[in-house]
Design a protein around this ligand. Structure first.
Ligand SMILES: [Zn+2]
Length: 395
């Protein structure tokens, strides 16, 4: 039997299901990744992988597992994040979010698709290679990062501060779209800006004695709407347009007091070619123009989250190898795709110069919502494709 078929035979749905269920049963909202990190560390160690655990932020560990090859190069890095978004209102869920209930081939739970399914596929792929006793020349490195959901430096710490570098990367975030895997080569960036518009409070019976921060803020919103119309014309062939949306407005504190402060949160999505700096300058220009026209307009602005956009050439080797294995395992091909969301691929591509794709089980439309779920067959197939890819690149 060839190594390929031996490895594929070792990737069994029951093992995938068991491991995924264990991961879903360990809550790991952003900031509370320690328990799941230690669990993964122990599992990888028990499978015989060299394993490291370290804390980029106190009490919040990243984990890395190494399947080391005889020649020590080249290196394929698989990457995923340990954290998930909060489950929201528990009563809205059909099944408890940390139970890992299986219904009709799907596993339900917070983080099942984003992205414990991806983590499971990475781990099971590595275990199959190990159990098949494949003699790798290069290294397979599994990286598990904290804080992706809020832009914490989990992955950045691994590839920059710890210097764990590779020749190719695969971030196993969900890329299934309409039931089929996609190979993501470009991803949008995102930046969140908090704009505080300042006014002067006074009794609402004499508004002319104060400065109404909400009225001033409404002018900012109008200008941001104009910006978003302009941005809609800036299109990337794979991921569509740039966007700029006002997502939170907070202001006022009493019915009869003219508000002295109004805060606006802006979600700005960027396409490859744009930078956070440019996006920031664009918004600053709007605010400065408003101040020029109105000396009573006072503001401050803060950048609270940033993910730079990223892109690799569609003809990169990692793209063609994964596409070939997708065809082999699932019987269809995927054209290079752009992910509508931002993810840690940007750290591997922009910060470490590693050609990286986004490819993993799960559909993003089933994430960050109640009744999040993943198709178990997708996790099995992703594990197979990852294992074949490692065989192709590292033996
Ligand atoms: Zn994710």
């Amino acid at each position: 039997m060839s190594f390929e078929s031996e490895v594929l035979n070792l990737i069994r749905k029951e093992d995938v299901t068991n491991l995924l269920q264990q991961l879903v049963r360990i809550p790991s909202p952003t900031g509370e990744e320690k328990t799941i990190a230690e669990f993964i560390y122990e599992v990888l160690k028990s499978w015989g992988l060299k394993t490291e655990i370290f804390e980029p932020i106190p009490n919040r560990p990243d984990v890395v597992g190494f399947l080391e090859g005889s020649e020590g190069r080249p290196t394929l890095i698989l990457n995923g994040h340990l954290d998930h978004v909060p489950p929201g209102n528990l009563e809205d869920w059909s099944y408890p979010p940390y139970e890992g209930r299986i219904v009709n081939g799907k596993m339900y739970g917070r983080g099942a698709a984003d992205m414990k399914g991806g983590l499971t596929s990475m781990m099971i792929a590595a275990k199959a290679l190990k159990d098949a006793n494949v003699q790798l020349k290069g290294n397979l490195v599994l990286t598990f990062a904290i804080g992706e959901e809020v832009g914490d430096p989990g992955t950045r710490h691994i590839v920059v501060d710890r210097g764990i570098r590779g020749d190719w990367g695969i971030v196993t975030e969900p890329t299934v779209f309409k039931g089929k895997f996609r190979v993501g080569v470009a991803e949008r960036g995102v930046a969140w800006f908090k704009i505080t518009v300042k006014g002067k409070s006074t009794h609402a019976s004499q508004p002319n004695l104060g400065v109404n921060a909400i009225s001033k803020a409404s002018k900012v919103i109008t200008e941001l709407e104009k910006l978003s119309v302009k941005l809609a014309r800036k299109k990337h062939p794979l991921i569509g347009a740039s966007t700029c949306s006002v997502t939170i407005v907070e202001g006022g504190f009493k019915e009869n007091i003219i508000p002295d402060q109004c805060r606006i949160t802006v979600d700005r999505r960027m396409i490859p070619g744009e930078t956070v700096k440019e996006a920031e300058k664009e918004i600053e220009k709007i605010l400065k123009n408003l101040r020029k026209k109105d000396p009573k307009f006072r503001f401050s602005m803060e950048l609270t989250c940033l993910f730079e956009p990223a892109e690799i050439p569609s003809k990169s080797e990692i793209v063609s190898v994964v596409r070939r294995n997708l065809k082999k395992v699932c019987g269809y091909d995927s054209k290079p795709w752009g992910t509508p969301y931002a993810c840690d691929a940007r750290n591997l591509i922009n910060d470490a110069g590693i050609p990286t794709i986004v490819f993993g089980p799960g559909d993003i439309s089933h994430c960050h919502c109640v009744d999040e779920y993943i198709e178990l067959d997708e996790v099995v197939n992703a594990a197979k494709i990852l294992a074949l890819t490692a065989l192709n690149l590292l033996t």
